[in-house]
Design a protein around this ligand. Structure first.
Ligand code: ZN
Ligand code: ZN
Length: 99
């Protein structure tokens, strides 16, 4: 879990499903896998990469707020819950099928 899995808008290999994620074409910060939606606990505030936990974060809920999809992630290491904006190419349907 020491591997640098997520950097600011760079491509990465998902530690949960192993899928390769291209960096986001639209320039936003992809911090979760588009396929399985898992993330990593690397941010205290979105994008700062200051969190040292590095735990795997499981998608636990998706809510639509103001027309935007928000993914709730729960850290499997420290149980912290983070909110993340969903990106247009996220495979949200997988959330309902996989979990
Ligand atoms: Zn994945
Ligand atoms: Zn954590």
């Amino acid at each position: 879990m020491s591997e640098k899995f997520i950097k600011i808008n760079e491509s990465f290999k998902c530690l949960y499903c192993g899928l390769f994620n291209e960096k986001d074409k639209h320039g936003s910060c992809r911090n979760h896998c588009y396929y399985c939606l898992y993330s990593l606990h690397v941010d205290i505030y979105p994008g700062d990469r200051k969190e040292s936990c590095n735990g795997l974060m499981k998608p636990i809920d998706i809510k639509t707020i103001g027309g935007k999809n928000i993914i709730y992630h729960k850290c499997l290491n420290c149980n912290k819950i983070n909110k993340n904006k969903s990106l247009p190419d996220d495979n949200l349907i997988n959330f309902y099928e996989l979990y």
